[in-house]
Write a protein that binds this ligand. Structure first.
Ligand code: 13P
Length: 334
């Protein structure tokens, strides 16, 4: 496996491949399992993730890396193989979510600050030892007519930059994720407002990355797309693609090797269509996916928590992985 962070970053955005975000916290995966009436236990979480990581065709051909929650990084498959080794055996790279969550930000009603910097250096050394070669930290940016505030945006960007610097010092590629919410309350903002806030967010994030002396060649950006709020959705695929590419070109230096989007509550097909449309433009970086829900929703439903449905779950996951692999090349067709 590549060991320079610059090489790992390039491998994470290899042509036609992208990332699987399987780093749901224990409380988030419980919500996902509730939708299929499955109790969330250490074993059921392991079984679900083992099903995904053993989907060989998907993992070998379309998934460059998997973002794990800490529990999963140290978990073993039923036959005793570590789940991280399963991922590596498929030629994919294990990664780890290292933030400890977005918490209400004192003095900033309606906004959050992401926590997890204390002791992060030591945790990263343990994660590296366990096989993780990249990490993720998500800053959450609320959007409305009056949000975000300058104070909250700056604090979240600074935390992302401190995290990124610590990762690089540990030989781990930071995925820098400043998510401008599309489905947060009230979720009624226009695409104009999304474009304005996304541009401001990315500009602020790259200012802080520069202040923290983060190597742009050794990181991956994980942004949200420019899109109208989930409760006011009108924009066409072409418009989302055009505006997102415009904002990225204004704000993301070409030294960054790749940009891997979150899906953020878009349907599986929307997320694929948007990515493919963006990849028809002439771009200075790789544009790919780092989807959670948009890669997993159909697989979770097909599996339903039943051992006899493992193959059906893997087929559903493989289909979405293949469609997004095509989209990463601009070759997906409806
Ligand atoms: P979604 O694609 O479901 O938004 O999840 C991606 C992710 O990792 C968010 O932090």
């Amino acid at each position: 496996m590549a060991e320079r962070i610059e090489d790992i970053a390039v491998a994470m955005v290899a042509p036609g491949k992208g990332l699987l975000a399987a780093d749901e916290s224990t409380s988030t995966i419980k919500k996902r399992f509730d939708s299929i009436n499955l109790t969330s236990t250490e074993d059921s979480r392991r079984d679900y993730r083992e099903m995904l990581f053993r989907a060989d065709d998907a993992m070998k051909n379309y998934i460059s890396g998997v973002i794990l929650y800490e529990e999963t990084l140290f978990q073993k498959a039923k036959d005793g193989t570590s789940l991280a080794d399963l991922i590596k055996a498929a030629g994919s790279i294990p990664g780890i979510k290292v933030d400890t969550g977005a918490k209400p930000m004192v003095n900033f009603p309606g906004e959050t600050i992401t926590e997890g910097l204390d002791g992060l250096g030591e945790r990263l050394a343990r994660y590296y030892e366990a096989g993780a070669r990249f990490a993720k930290w998500r800053g959450v940016i609320a959007v409305s007519d009056v949000l975000p505030t300058r104070g909250s945006l700056r604090a979240n960007a600074q935390a992302l930059a401190r995290y990124a610097a610590l990762c690089q010092a540990a030989g781990i590629v930071p995925i820098v994720e400043p998510e401008v919410l599309m489905d947060g309350a009230p979720g009624t903002h226009s695409i104009d407002r999304s474009e304005e806030v996304t541009e401001w967010t990315l500009r602020t994030t790259f200012e802080e990355l520069a202040e923290a002396r983060v190597s742009l060649e050794g990181m991956i950006l994980k942004p949200s797309m420019v899109i109208d709020g989930k409760n006011a959705r009108k924009a066409s695929v072409a418009e989302v693609a055009e505006r997102t590419v415009r904002v990225l070109k204004r704000t993301v230096p070409s030294a960054v090797p790749g940009i891997a989007f979150l899906s953020g509550g878009q349907s599986s097909e929307e997320a694929t269509a948007h990515l493919s449309a963006m990849n028809t433009y002439d771009l200075p970086w790789k544009l790919t996916f780092s989807y959670g829900r948009a890669l997993q929703a159909t697989a979770l439903a097909a599996w339903g928590g039943k051992p006899e449905n493992v193959a059906a779950g893997q087929r559903a996951f493989t289909h979405r992985a293949r469609m997004n692999g095509l989209a990463a090349l601009g070759n997906w067709k409806a």
